[in-house]
Ligand binder design. Structure first.
Ligand SMILES: Nc1ncnc2c1ncn2[C@@H]1O[C@H](COP(=O)(O)OP(=O)(O)OP(=O)(O)O)[C@@H](O)[C@H]1O
Ligand SMILES: [Mg+2]
Length: 506
């Protein structure tokens, strides 16, 4: 099958009508996925030496949270360097970034793989990847046809990126964002749940002001990340962001830590010392765990906030500073100030603009995105060829409570990977619920598992037979509706149709 003019026109029209919608890329990608008959399709945006998925079809949902660094993905690197259509030979040894991430072919490797780099003028802005399980799947499409698809999608992506920059609130704005060559963004805040979108919006608004901000939220929700985002998006971003953990500060050294001291101010003060406030001059001071700051220092901090001047310990002359304060706590400071453990006047000074970071359990599908994000980090760290989550593992993670929030999720993925690798060995790891919650899994393994006796059938025949039986049952449970059946099986409907056809179920 080749691409008809009609199909190309379909894509073009779809791009036009989709452009103004928030889900524009999902629509574009799903139309390409179906027209080109792919098993997995992804639109990736290129920035700071990494590819970020913008929309996918036929891929596990956690792929959207993964960030693919060029140096860790030779195929993507080849696409980024190529400047034109790249067809990987079916027997290519290069690992495919989506191996193990095509839900209905978790153990299989991708066989046909085409990459289309996307440009705005000379600049690489993204890539479109087409994968298929059948080695000759894309042979019928000519390079010319694929170039037309790439050109259409490039235009759409470029427009969308420009729109995004225009819509970005606060300082920075269009011209700076457009010229900026971004460093690797290791501080990216993953998440697109309504709660996170709201938080990102508020960060954008308050970052542009010079107000002090109090960041609240449970342990491990990402308060420090919010503080860094506030600084980076502020007019002070080229100035220092200084960090001070108030909980790690013995009262005896706290004052000199914050405000500095002069030589001879006390025993042991053999040199002048600059305090964190001075270091942060013209920039931002992040006071972490502010609830732990001793009351005596709260009074001194308040003074600096009120008058903008401070005194080094042992120095009489005041010193003028211009510092923006970001403070974070997992305590209820209002309660603490009602009980006299925290100065009420300081609380009010700090919380002119409070930002609350929601706990992970209120972020819905962000859990899946974050799981994918950490899987990709972990895969790279352990040098694995692929690291995927089984659908059951995703479901278990999605339902867990996560009292330690994102930090706990991150640690769980590292721990599960180590357990899974110890169990199975090899460089291709699939995480199962038992790797996360051993106790829970042994309870559920009491469920009957269909025993399959060996017969003289080939593995292929036996697998087909099982798939036939399983799909029939799922179809029955879906009242004969194929779309619902595909959802139950976590399959792309198009792929299910094809598979059912091959198995003779239709
Ligand atoms: N939205 C996010 N996307 C990606 N990583 C995140 C996100 N939020 C938090 N993290 C990561 O989770 C870990 C915990 O985040 P962070 O240290 O900012 O939390 P915290 O609220 O300051 O925790 P604590 O209360 O214990 O100080 C860090 O490794 C951070 O990079
Ligand atoms: Mg913290």
């Amino acid at each position: 099958m080749t691409l008809s003019v009609n199909s190309l026109a379909d894509i073009a029209v779809n791009i036009q009508v989709s452009l103004s919608r928030p889900d524009r890329f999902s629509r574009i990608i799903s139309s390409i996925h179906h027209l080109l008959n792919c098993d997995a399709t992804a639109l990736l945006c290129y920035e700071a030496h990494q590819f970020r998925p913008v929309a996918t079809a036929g891929l596990a949902p956690d792929v959207m949270g993964r960030r693919f660094q060029l140096e860790a993905h030779p195929r993507l690197e080849a696409i980024a360097r190529a400047g034109d259509v790249v067809r990987f030979p079916a027997e290519s040894d290069l690992p495919d970034p989506y191996d193990g991430l095509i839900p209905e072919h978790q153990e299989l490797h991708v066989h046909a793989c085409v990459g289309l780099p996307l440009f705005s003028g000379q600049r690489l802005i993204g890539a479109l990847t087409l994968d298929g399980m059948n080695a000759t799947q894309f042979d019928a499409y000519s390079d010319e046809e694929l170039r037309v698809v790439a050109a259409l999608v490039s235009g759409a992506l470029n427009n969308a990126l420009l729109l995004e920059q225009l819509e970005r609130p606060g300082v920075g704005g269009f011209s700076r964002a457009a010229e900026e060559v971004k460093e690797i963004d290791s501080d990216e805040m993953i998440g697109s749940s309504p709660a996170m979108m709201q938080l990102k919006k508020e960060i954008g608004i308050v970052a542009a002001t010079d107000l002090n901000v109090l960041i609240t939220g449970e342990t491990g929700v990402g308060k420090e990340l919010v503080a860094r985002a506030l600084h980076q998006q502020s007019a002070r971003s080229t100035q220092p962001l200084i960090y001070l953990n108030c909980a790690a500060l013995p009262e005896s050294v706290a004052e000199s830590e914050l405000f500095g001291h002069v030589k001879g101010a006390f025993t042991g003060a053999i040199h002048d010392r600059t305090g964190k406030f001075e270091m942060a001059n013209n920039g931002t001071l992040f006071l972490d765990e502010i609830g732990e700051l001793p009351l005596s220092l709260q009074a001194k901090l308040l003074r600096v906030l009120q008058y903008g001047d401070l005194q080094r310990v042992g120095e009489d002359r005041p010193l003028k500073v211009d510092v923006r304060i970001l403070a974070a706590t997992n305590q209820d400071l209002r309660q603490a100030s009602a009980e006299g453990r925290f100065r009420t006047d300081l609380f009010h000074r700090l919380s002119v603009f409070p930002l609350h970071v929601p706990p992970l359990r209120e972020r819905g599908d962000d859990i899946v995105l974050l799981a994918g994000y950490f899987c990709e980090k972990c895969r790279k760290k352990f040098g694995l060829r692929h690291l995927a989550l089984s659908a059951a593992a995703r479901a278990v993670l999605r339902k867990a409570e996560w009292p330690g929030n994102i930090r706990e999720l991150e640690h769980s993925i590292y721990r599960a990977t180590i357990i899974a690798q110890a169990e199975a060995g090899g460089a291709e790891v699939i995480l199962l619920p038992s790797h996360f919650f051993p106790a829970q899994a042994s309870a559920s393994s009491a469920e009957p598992v269909a025993e399959v006796a060996f017969s003289s059938k080939s593995l292929r025949e036996a697998t087909d037979e099982f798939q036939r039986r399983y799909i029939r049952q799922a179809l029955q449970a879906s009242e004969g509706k194929w779309a619902a059946c595909a959802r139950k099986l976590e399959m792309d409907p198009g792929n299910l149709h094809r598979l059912a056809g091959r198995l003779g179920l239709k």
